[in-house]
Design a protein around this ligand. Sequence first.
Ligand code: SAH
Length: 408
Amino acid sequence: MTSPTRTTNTESQSANRTADRAQVMPTAEGWEQQRTSEGRPLLQFASPRAKQPPQHLADLSLEERQAKLKELGLPAFRAKQLSTHYFQHWTTDPEAMSDLPKAGREELASAVFPPLLTEVRRLRTDDGNTIKVLWRLFDGALVESVLMRYPGRITLCVSSQAGCGMNCPFCATGQAGLTRNMSAAEIVDQVVAANRLIVAGELGTPEHDQERVTNIVFMGMGEPLANYKRVMNAVHRFVDPVPMGLGMSARNITVSTVGLVPAIRKLADEDLPVTFALSLHAPDDELRDELIPVNNRWKVDEALDAAYDYYAKTGRRVSIEYALIKDMNDHAWRAALLAKKLNERGRGWVHVNPIPLNPTPGSIWTSSERPVQQEFIETLRAAGVPTTLRDTRGKEIDGACGQLAAAE
Ligand code: SAH
């Protein structure tokens, strides 16, 4: 479906240059987008399923673990021992816990390490350097994580919700709606499980024998900032030093959002220098209102202001994600408008990551053609905005950005 290029006053000048280029507007094809009674795409902030999994050691801070052990009639120092098994040795097997008294060891392990993730399926691609795992949660909900080996780093793309309530029509996860928020431990356990896969030699060819997940991106299923408290709790487990947590660097953890402005501002105040990514996908409200339904609540400029303030507070350079969709958002005038909006706020605070759209079952949209991608990138670069095309992994196994749908 195409419609003539629509422009607003401020954009009309640059739009003229590409007046002959088609303007495809987002429409759901092959699936029905849930709408509100006023006809707007439905946004789900509250999870329909409230019940959370049993509490796990990884849900708790060290002090909370100590309190919990006291409750169980055990000395507080057991908290550190149990934490070492989980966060340092990635084990929950009572047989391996020879520093705990044999009597009651099994009961203790099952009390603090209830099984949270059951592997349903594992798919591999890129010569074994990319693995997607489908997990079943305690209530049958399904989520996916994607593990990727790159030279010098290993990245895990984690899910933070079963499904997603943000309803973006080009994303497979959004098409299914929200099932529920994941607990902090369900998020953390994806990383621990990935570390186990790595030590078992499952991920391509090891570079050395101390390998583990070095980078985490909240780019799996879900909108992390819609599950703020549990996601932040999980981030604390990632960065807390071993054995309190996994001892990772906050800089190597990326939180990606559709643009929940109050939550972005809260994140900036956390004193945790995580990397921040904004899924923008359009610099103009007219298109973004359709492409990212949450834009009806917080507009492009508000999201960019919050992203800039994140940089100003933390000193961390922000990423802008931009899926290039043929004839929809890939016009050179949009690249120029994006550059203008970024430069207006300052220099050196941001870089842009265009991603050629990955196909999803419910949409007929396709990725921009090479020369158009190139023109888009060049336009941004010429305006002084650092821009790198994202190499997406895992397309062959439906494990790339926007393709996670978790069906059995
Ligand atoms: N909800 C968060 C986290 C998910 S991240 C967010 O939207 O940022 C997943 C990233 O992949 C987001 O930037 C998302 O916009 C992008 N994405 C979604 N569908 C895609 C698709 N079909 N092709 C390429 N990227 C896609």
